[in-house]
Each structure stands twice: as structure tokens, then as C-alpha cells.
Design a protein around this ligand. Structure first.
Ligand code: AMP
Length: 402
């Protein structure tokens, strides 16, 4: 797109502890004109990849800090837009908004302090997200910085869905409760699904299964999250690439007794060495596990069986939050691309009258959202491509318009 045609731009930023991802949207189009991935920040090998229609360019960073990476991003954004004048907002993905943030929020001193305070609930993520906000604000002080929270969409969970059955004082003193994550994706995908299935905005019940490296499923009623599989942390719920999802809480003390491992070591094992990787012993990547399963690798077959069965079991459990089930929606890298997972999961869900048409399921729908259940099915099964970055840009623009 020529610079002269750019009237308005939004930069979306997802800053982690050692990485930074950005996407640059212009003129309210839902595909970015440029994306950036900076990796290995904080090390001597830090690099920044910038991709646009001309291809991918890699830059080496000298001190490898977040501030240096962001300065480079701003320089590249300025070049892409001709100047920073069209940049109306920077939308930041922030992992934890606790009970303080139920929607996208303009960041001022007070909001930044609250995000910092919520770091107790997301010690790996919120400080990194905040570092991105501060660095960007230093760089572009005139541009509004907007925080879009992973937890916000789930702030509509009723008390009976968000409370754990533990002493109530833990909620009062430490805010121990279920929060849910992947909210931006669940919100975007459920809205798209309602359009694809031509459902009424004020009368629908959906289950959205976001299956990527992290996996979670959400029950959505009339555009609101009513229950979700992730909880206080993103470890609860479904089996994932390297995360176990639900296990018996008694496992922690049992393993500590049996192996002498510390609580930190066991938690790290449940987060980083479990899931598809832990059961297959091969990989956290569904493509690798599926291929190995097809070639007869038994550990890979079991990993796939457990993944699909546990997902089906959780989908059934989530129906308890719905007055009716209109549609089951698959999204995320696995949900959008693995016809094998979609088939295996839905085979466990016949009791819910869920079925898919094989010829429709065979179309991976990378470019378009589509229905994969038979024409007259009681429950629609759909594949909808997620676009979390665009949802962040969109929510940022909507906030500015208010
Ligand atoms: P995401 O985090 O949304 O990028 O999703 C990553 C996951 O999607 C990884 O487990 C990938 O193996 C999986 N994935 C991507 N493409 C495919 C595919 N064609 N078949 C199966 N899994 C896939």
C-alpha cells in the first residue's frame, strides 16, 4: 500500500520476557501490512525480523534490550507509514487484568500501577507487558497506549463458575479464583462464528475450542463468556503442547515425597515438560505428534488419544454453562488445521448430537471460515480462523472512538 493512502494506523504489541511481537494495521483492514518478531532479547544473540509485502528482513540488535527492539520497531513503523502522524494508538496485549479490567483500557499512571500490582498473578507476563508499555510511551509519548487483557472477556463468569471450592478467605485475601485466558481470541472467534452460522446476537450458545500451543475452551452465551477451562493460571483445563492441564492436586505433594523435587520444579514440569511433549516423548508440536502416530509410534498415538478425549470431556462439561448448544467452534493452529483432531474429538461427542461431514472437514479452511457439520446437523461444527492481533487493534480503535 502506498504511504499516501494510509489515513490511520494501529500498532499491536505483544511483549514477552525475551521476545516481542508486533503487527501494524492500517485503514481498519484486518490483515497487517507488516509484522515483527524480536527474539532472544536480553542476550547477545538478540535479533529482530521484520516482514512485509517485500519479504522478511533480519536485524541484529546491539544491546538486545526491549528498549532497543522497540526503538527499531518505531523506526520501521515510521518508514512504513511515511511518518508517525497516522499512528492513532498502540494496543498492548496484557495477560492478566485480574478483576480490575473487564475491557480494553487506556493506560495512565493508575492503570500502569494496577497492571504492576497484578504481576503477583502473572509473574512471567505482566512485568514484560508493562515494560513494553513503558518503552513505547517513552518513544511515542503523544500516542495513546491501550491495554487489552487476556482475562477481560471472562470477567462475565458467574460466581459459581469462578470460585474454587477452597476456604473463602483465599479469595478475599489473595484473589484466588478462576480468571480464564485467551479471552481476545475467544471473543473474536465467537463473534465471527455467530456471523458465519447466522445466529441471533442475543440468542445463541457456543463452545469455542482455541487449540494452539496453549489450549482452552469457552462456553459463550449471547456474546458473553460463561465458563472457560483455564483458571487462576493458564495451567488449568485442557492438555496442551507442554502443559498438563487438569491433574489431581494431590499429585504435587505425592511427587514431592516420591522424587524430592521442589514445588517450583514440579510446577515447571507440569508447565514445560508435560502435555503432548510429556506423553509422546517426542514433541510439543501437534504436526510432529500426528505424523508419528500415523506412522505407528505408540507413544504419539496415546498422546493424541488423551488430547482428544480430554478435550471432548471438557467440551461436555462446558455444556453445563449453556441454555442450548448451537455450535462448536474450532480455532488456533491445531483447531484450524488438524482435521484429524477435529474428527477424533467429535467422535467422542455423539451424545451431544455433534457430528461432522468428512468431505467438509477435509477442507482446512486456512483462508475462510466454514461449517464442517452436515447440512441438517442439530449442532453446527465450525472452523474459524482467529486473529487476536486484529481484535486488539479493533478494541483499541473502539475505545478511542468513545
Ligand atoms: P498456534 O499456537 O495457534 O500457532 O498453534 C500451534 C500448534 O498448531 C502446534 O501444535 C502446531 O503443530 C499446530 N498446527 C499447525 N499446523 C498444523 C497442521 N497442519 N496439522 C496439525 N497441527 C498443526
Amino acid at each position: 500500500m502506498s504511504v499516501a493512502n494510509i489515513a490511520e494506523a494501529v500498532l499491536v504489541l505483544n511483549s514477552g520476557s525475551s521476545s516481542l511481537k508486533t503487527a501494524l494495521f492500517v485503514n481498519r483492514e484486518d490483515q497487517p501490512i507488516a509484522t515483527c518478531l524480536a527474539e532472544r532479547l536480553g542476550t547477545a544473540e538478540a535479533v529482530l525480523h521484520w516482514s512485509n509485502e517485500a519479504g522478511k528482513t533480519t536485524y541484529e540488535l546491539t544491546d538486545g534490550s526491549m528498549a532497543e527492539a522497540l526503538a527499531k520497531v518505531v523506526e520501521l513503523v515510521e518508514a512504513a507509514l511515511g511518518s508517525l502522524a497516522p499512528l492513532v494508538a498502540v494496543g498492548h496485549r496484557v495477560v492478566h487484568g485480574g478483576e480490575s479490567f473487564g475491557k480494553a483500557t487506556l493506560v495512565d499512571e493508575e492503570v500502569a500501577a494496577e497492571i504492576a500490582r497484578l504481576s503477583a498473578l502473572a509473574p512471567l507476563h505482566n512485568p514484560a507487558n508493562l515494560a513494553g508499555i513503558h518503552a513505547m510511551r517513552d518513544r511515542c509519548p503523544a500516542v495513546p497506549q491501550i491495554a487489552v487483557f487476556d482475562t477481560a472477556f471472562h470477567q462475565t463468569l458467574p460466581e459459581h463458575a469462578y470460585l474454587y471450592p477452597v476456604p473463602k478467605t483465599l479469595y478475599q485475601a489473595h484473589k484466588v479464583r478462576r480468571y480464564g485466558f485467551h479471552g481476545t481470541s475467544h471473543q473474536f472467534v465467537s463473534r465471527e462464528a455467530v456471523k458465519v452460522a447466522s445466529l441471533p446476537a442475543d440468542d445463541h450458545g457456543l463452545i469455542v475450542a482455541h487449540l494452539g500451543n496453549g489450549c482452552s475452551a469457552t462456553a459463550v452465551v449471547n456474546g458473553e463468556s460463561r465458563d472457560t477451562t483455564m483458571g487462576l493460571t493458564p495451567l488449568e483445563g485442557l492438555m496442551m503442547g507442554t502443559r498438563s492441564g487438569d491433574v489431581d492436586p494431590g499429585l504435587l505433594s505425592f511427587l514431592a515425597d516420591q522424587t524430592g523435587k521442589t514445588l517450583d520444579e514440579i510446577t515447571s514440569m507440569l508447565n514445560k515438560e508435560s502435555g503432548l511433549l510429556g506423553l509422546s516423548g517426542l514433541s510439543n508440536d501437534m504436526r510432529t505428534v500426528s505424523e508419528a502416530a500415523e506412522q505407528g509410534n505408540q507413544n504419539a498415538q496415546i498422546a493424541l488419544d488423551v488430547f482428544c478425549y480430554r478435550l471432548a470431556r471438557q467440551i461436555m462439561a462446558l455444556t453445563a454453562a449453556l441454555p442450548k448448544l448451537d455450535a462448536l467452534v474450532f480455532t488456533g493452529g491445531i483447531g484450524e488445521n488438524s482435521r484429524l483432531v477435529r474428527k477424533r474429538v467429535t467422535e467422542h461427542l455423539r451424545v451431544l448430537k455433534i457430528e461432522i461431514a468428512d468431505e467438509r472437514n477435509a477442507d482446512n479452511g486456512k483462508s475462510s471460515n466454514h461449517v464442517i457439520s452436515p447440512e441438517d446437523a442439530a449442532v453446527k461444527v465450525m472452523v474459524v480462523n482467529t486473529n487476536e492481533e486484529w481484535e486488539i487493534a479493533n478494541q483499541s480503535l473502539a475505545l478511542l472512538e468513545k
